[in-house]
Design a protein around this ligand. Structure first.
Ligand SMILES: C[S@@+](CC[C@H](N)C(=O)[O-])C[C@H]1O[C@@H](n2cnc3c(N)ncnc32)[C@H](O)[C@@H]1O
Length: 221
């Protein structure tokens, strides 16, 4: 596997233990996160239905594969990709008989050729990466690999995260709050790599709206 660049190491390492991978999978099975999971699945379902049949879809990072079956149904072929072999292992278990390919790769340097997929779903990655230059590098790679659509999730901090951030400022010495990217940053990055905005699908309503943001290659047929 390609070695991750500093700036993303901490987030890559977080999912490199089987226990951490299982914790992530189980988190979305009960309570508040189960509702979030349902909402994200319904939203993605509606989004891909509006795009028509797809040849190849890529779920990067796929995590434990909780959304990949939706892409699998909408495409002739689905590729699940992640930097963590443990997350991929659990994704394989989750998908069972669903036909899929699995790829261990880093979003900063994706092991796929240029224009080789019709749609990339990049969900819950960019908002966890603190370094703007790493986000820009990933966006460029995603734009290289897709020949048509790119879907990214834009999650501005919700109420809980904002409260945590406030507490961190009040109690110095604790870990500094993350500075996640804004929708404006995503739009600027997309524009710089030849992608245009074609849709927004709401994941969380006001006051801190979160969306799946759909981009299309400006030169896509
Ligand atoms: C928060 S999980 C999201 C997974 C999935 N998209 C979901 O919503 O359930 C983040 C995933 O990103 C992977 N990851 C972190 N940095 C990565 C990178 N640079 N390239 C590829 N995968 C990465 C982690 O291994 C982990 O599986």
């Amino acid at each position: 596997m390609n070695k991750p660049t500093p700036g993303n190491d901490e987030f890559v390492d977080r999912f490199m233990q089987r226990q951490a991978a299982e914790r992530y999978r189980d988190r979305y099975r009960s309570g508040r996160h189960a509702k979030v999971n349902q909402r994200e699945r319904a939203c993605l379902h509606q989004l891909v239905a509006g795009l028509g049949p797809l040849e190849v879809s890529l779920d990067l990072p796929c995590g434990t594969g909780r959304l990949a079956d939706i892409l699998a149904k909408a495409s002739r072929k689905v590729i699940l990709a992640d930097s963590s072999p443990l997350m991929l292992e659990l994704a394989k278990e989750e998908l069972g008989e669903t036909p899929a390919e699995y790829l261990q790769t880093n979003a900063e340097r994706i092991d796929l050729s240029t224009g080789s997929v019709d749609l990339i779903l990049c969900h819950r990655l960019l908002s966890h990466i603190p370094a703007a230059e790493v986000r820009a590098r990933i966006m460029k790679e995603l734009a290289r690999v897709t020949r048509r659509y790119l879907v990214i999730s834009c999650y501005p901090p919700g109420i809980r995260t904002r409260i945590k951030g406030l507490l961190r400022r009040v109690f110095p010495g604790s870990r500094p709050a993350k500075q996640p990217a804004t929708l404006k940053e995503y739009l600027d990055l997309a524009n710089a790599v030849g992608l245009r905005l074609v849709g927004r699908h709401t994941l969380r309503p006001a006051p801190f709206r979160a969306d799946f943001v759909v981009f299309e290659k400006a030169n896509a047929k």
